[in-house]
Design a protein around this ligand. Structure first.
Ligand SMILES: NC(=O)c1ccc[n+]([C@@H]2O[C@H](COP(=O)([O-])OP(=O)(O)OC[C@H]3O[C@@H](n4cnc5c(N)ncnc54)[C@H](O)[C@@H]3O)[C@@H](O)[C@H]2O)c1
Length: 318
């Protein structure tokens, strides 16, 4: 096992690549994909609020028909009315859906295809970060929260993906499946193990989906959208004021359509793209260098982690 006195360094090509990527991170390429065009259709789970609703508005403004799915009927009705203001009430459909329930997801599929004929963009944004009783599933406690969170965050995406991918792939027009993951599913910060595990599952599922679609020559592509810290119901809105470090949902969905990329990693006011990448590298190096689990938060390794981040960021601005 390597020891805390060995300061890991990024090989310089990484640093160069970070610099080269900085500009393209800000590019918004919505209009470059044929799925995002007037008259096409998007289905958005978790579409009644937050990132899902902001995306629905963005797509409606591009002229897409919008099918919203959410478990919260009241918010869903409100969202439907807001989208109708943009695209007209004949071009929006709202279907109350619990994504963890396969027969409800199948009903959503039937309703969306019946009304719009095809689905060109599927955005899986529905998620929760605590159990129904409000507790967080730690690695040791609150087993019922584990079930709730995994059923919705991972089981929901499995249900929706399995139900929609075949019919979307069979369409003549190209289509997109965008699953919402989380940095927590990559760097695994301690505190909410059940949520982190669910989002790690979303990442692996979506990577496999992209691979399987690619190897079958499908016109459907899969993407993993990884928001930064975003001010939504999940992070305290509207009861608490927006923290300075968080982005609004509207800012975050700017990145959803950065197509061409599989991993769409979104920054926020606190975390730059470079810092994100360095955190991810540190995390994977726990495994490749045999360090203690979650060494970033280990008292002996934390100072080294901080030195690594500082050194690499300084090198980037040189
Ligand atoms: N807000 C952040 O900082 C942040 C960061 C990283 C990832 N994310 C992810 O972004 C996505 C959107 O979350 P948000 O931040 O907009 O939160 P949000 O709470 O505003 O939106 C989540 C929506 O999912 C719906 N939902 C919950 N359970 C459902 C179920 N069983 N079936 C159908 N709908 C259900 C909720 O009613 C809600 O409308 C989630 O996948 C979340 O994990 C958010």
């Amino acid at each position: 096992m390597s020891r805390p006195n060995s300061r890991p360094r990024l090989p310089s090509p990484f640093a160069r690549r970070f610099r080269e990527r900085a500009d393209s991170d800000l590019a918004v390429l919505a209009s470059n994909h044929t799925a995002i065009h007037g008259g096409r259709t998007c289905v958005i789970t978790g579409g009644a609020s937050g990132i899902g609703l902001a995306a629905a508005k963005k797509f409606a403004n591009h002229g897409l028909h919008v099918c919203l799915a959410d478990i919260d009927e009241k918010k869903l009705q409100q969202a439907e009315a807001e989208i109708a203001e943009i695209i007209g009430k004949d071009n929006v459909l709202a279907v109350v859906t619990d994504v963890s329930n396969l027969s409800q997801v199948e009903h959503l599929h039937d309703e969306a295809f019946k009304k719009f004929g095809e689905v060109n963009v599927l955005l899986n944004a529905a998620a929760i970060n605590t159990g129904k009783d409000g507790t967080v599933g730690t690695a040791i406690e609150n087993i019922s929260s584990w079930k709730d969170v995994l059923d919705v965050n991972l089981g929901g995406i499995i249900n929706v993906t399995q139900t929609f991918t075949g019919p979307m792939s069979a369409q003549e027009n190209p289509s997109l499946i965008i699953n919402v993951g989380s940095k927590q599913g990559i760097t695994n910060p301690p505190g909410n193990a059940a949520y982190n595990v669910s989002k790690a599952g979303v990442r692996f599922l979506t990577e496999n989906l992209a691979y399987e679609l690619r190897t079958r020559g499908s016109r459907t592509t899969a993407h993993l959208f990884i928001p930064g810290w975003t001010y939504t119901g999940m992070t305290g809105a509207p009861d608490k004021p927006k923290p300075d470090g968080a982005w609004t949902a509207e800012e975050t969905v700017h990145f959803i359509v950065r197509l061409g990329d599989f991993y769409i990693v979104c920054p926020d006011n606190e975390t730059s793209p470079e810092l994100d990448r360095l955190r991810m590298l540190w995390s994977v190096r726990d495994v490749s260098e045999g360090r203690p689990a979650l060494s970033r938060w280990h008292p002996e390794w934390k100072p080294l982690y901080e030195e690594f981040i500082k050194g690499e960021l300084e090198e980037l601005v040189e």
